[in-house]
Design a protein around this ligand. Structure first.
Ligand code: IPE
Ligand code: IPE
Ligand code: MG
Length: 256
């Protein structure tokens, strides 16, 4: 969909179809309370649960949550281990409720190199909920935008080398079809908590025309009202997609 159609649709649909969140600030939330960082992560999972329920309730179709980046492996070993354990616990404890709520789970990110038990749990979550028709919950786990684009480029290069694709046939749409997010619409709204104003390798390709809302609050404090405030800000934005906001009426033809 291009140009005018896209602009008109965006004006009608003031609720974003796809909200993506960079859940940041767990460590600072804990430090402020003189608690260890892992306590912030534990409380972050509670905020995540609230957010999934609220998004589903409000009628958002796609919710992507950035839960572990390709670069987060550089954290201390104990913190990485805790985060891996938290993901496993989350799937074990919450999958049944997500399924009962008609939520469809998808995981984006690099699967290679993940510990076997964890990789199996991620597959279980996707398989169990594959036919659900409610909110699509996309968990970005071991995810990096540059890595994702490089992998897609490699796949296209392999097709060219095999003679099944000509270089001149490569288009943005074709490349997008090789990303982890195939069949998922681009995010309309990207929210980042914790006051940082950067993208940190999240959905680089897909957020080309996303609206960004940066919130000062730390992720464990995020709740339904914070989500609603971000949605209200989104609603007030004028999305132009490179076009013009108010199509000017056609000029009267002037004679002579
Ligand atoms: C976000 O909180 C959670 C993950 C990146 C896994 P942080 O752990 O980055 O918290 P801060 O940014 O250090 O406060
Ligand atoms: C981004 O947060 C990753 C996640 C929220 C999972 P970081 O805390 O890792 O980002 P930087 O290091 O501050 O850019
Ligand atoms: Mg952080």
């Amino acid at each position: 969909m291009f140009g005018r159609d896209l602009i008109e649709d965006a004006n009608v649909a003031t609720l974003p179809a796809h909200v993506a969140i960079i859940m940041d600030g767990n460590g600072r939330w804990a430090s402020k309370r003189l608690m260890p960082r892992f306590e912030g992560h534990r409380r972050g999972v509670e905020a995540l649960r609230r957010t999934v329920r609220a998004a589903s309730d409000i009628g958002i179709r796609y919710l992507t949550l950035y839960s572990f980046s390709s670069e987060n492996w550089s954290r201390p070993r104990l913190e990485v281990d805790y985060l891996m354990g938290l993901v496993k616990r989350f799937v074990r404890n919450d999958l049944a409720e997500l399924h009962a709520s008609n939520v469809r789970v998808r995981i984006i990110g690099e699967r290679d190199g993940l510990e076997g038990e964890l990789a199996d749990l991620l597959v279980d979550a996707e398989n169990l909920t594959a036919a659900n028709t409610g909110l699509t919950l996309i968990v970005a786990f071991n995810y990096g935008g540059r890595q994702e684009i490089a992998t897609a480029a490699r796949r296209l290069a392999e097709m060219v080398a095999a003679g099944t694709l000509k270089p001149e046939e490569i288009t943005p749409e074709l490349l997008a079809g090789k990303l982890h997010t195939v069949d998922i619409p681009d995010p309309d709204l990207v929210i980042r908590t914790s006051g940082e104003q950067r993208i940190s390798n999240f959905l680089l390709w897909q957020s080309a025309y996303a609206e960004f809302v940066f919130l000062p609050l730390l992720w464990p404090d995020f709740d339904r009202s914070a989500l609603e405030a971000a949605l209200a800000e989104f609603k007030a934005r004028d999305r132009r997609f490179g076009g013009v906001s108010e199509p000017t009426p056609p000029r009267q033809a002037t004679s002579g």
